[in-house]
Design a protein around this ligand. Structure first.
Ligand code: BEZ
Ligand code: FE
Length: 277
């Protein structure tokens, strides 16, 4: 009989996983065990602390449902979402960079035409957005499917307003023959990520704020190109350097200009990465 000790337990668990048939799963399982054990040793984890950790993870699961995904939020505030995005979306120079997806995308957003208003009554100052979608060689990408979603002036997405019976601040467009896109909306403002759950308690314990700098979300899909999931951030926002989910990239920060006739305007040129043949 093997005598399990704190010296040999890590190897024992690693050995128990060495027959995992799928090589990728084997690597992930073993890596996870190695790092978890290293972590426990490194911080000299007490039993009471690990029980607190279990309670925290339990609460994270209990807070999650089909509308709220507290585990994604946890991954976001720990920078794990953005690390995974950055590691897996290394693109040639000149392509638009990717950032986190976030929890507020909704499938089946209203179909919109060039120039439509996606605010549909959302509160905020008027704003016109124009954009182009091109390949790295400058070819316009016609008929690309472009999903847009954003928070309103009070920093809330439509899905955070249970009283609403229609979509606000979101829509799905197709680029025109020149790869262009235009829509009217309201000015996006900075907003706090949800803090009424365990992730909020974690941020509080670490004395971290929950704010994200103002941004628009875009997902752009076109045959022959990698799908682009990204944001455009508002230049000058106070939270650009301390985004609660570490999603900011310099190349995604753009100026919103004030228009003489009132309201605001943004133009952004997206460059897609061609999918390998
Ligand atoms: C968002 O930008 O919608 C978002 C991203 C990560 C966490 C919470 C919100
Ligand atoms: Fe957002």
């Amino acid at each position: 009989m093997r005598n399990i000790t704190q010296e040999n337990i890590t190897q024992a668990v690693l050995d128990s996983l060495s027959d995992t048939p799928d090589p990728r799963s084997r690597k992930i399982f073993r890596g996870l065990v190695q790092h978890l054990h290293d972590f426990a040793r490194d911080v000299e984890l007490t039993e009471a602390e690990w029980f607190t950790g279990i309670q925290f993870l339990t609460a994270t699961g209990q807070k999650s449902d089909d509308k709220r995904q507290e585990f994604i939020l946890l991954s976001d505030v720990l920078g794990l979402s953005m690390l995974t995005v950055a590691m897996n979306n290394d693109k040639p120079a000149g392509c638009t960079e990717s950032t986190v997806f976030g929890p507020f995308y909704v499938e089946g957003a209203p179909h919109c035409e060039y120039g439509d208003d996606i605010a549909r009554g959302a509160v905020g100052e008027p704003c016109e957005v124009t954009a182009s979608v091109r390949g790295l060689d400058g070819t316009p990408v016609a008929n690309a499917v472009v999903d847009v979603w954003q928070a309103d002036a009070e920093g809330r997405y439509d899905v955070q307003r249970p009283e609403l019976d229609h979509a606000q601040g979101r829509g799905q467009f197709r680029t025109d023959a020149q790869g262009r896109l235009r829509f009217r909306t309201v000015l996006a403002e900075a907003y706090p990520i949800p803090v009424d759950g365990p992730v909020g308690r974690f941020l509080g314990a670490a004395k971290r704020h929950p704010w994200r700098p103002a941004h628009l979300h875009f997902m752009i899909q076109a045959p022959g190109y990698e799908t682009l999931i990204t944001h455009v951030f508002r230049e000058g926002d106070a939270y650009l350097d301390s985004d609660a989910v570490f999603g900011v990239r310099q190349s995604l920060v753009a100026p919103w200009t004030r228009r003489l006739e009132g309201g605001h305007a943004l133009h952004y040129d997206f460059v897609l990465d061609a999918r390998p043949a």
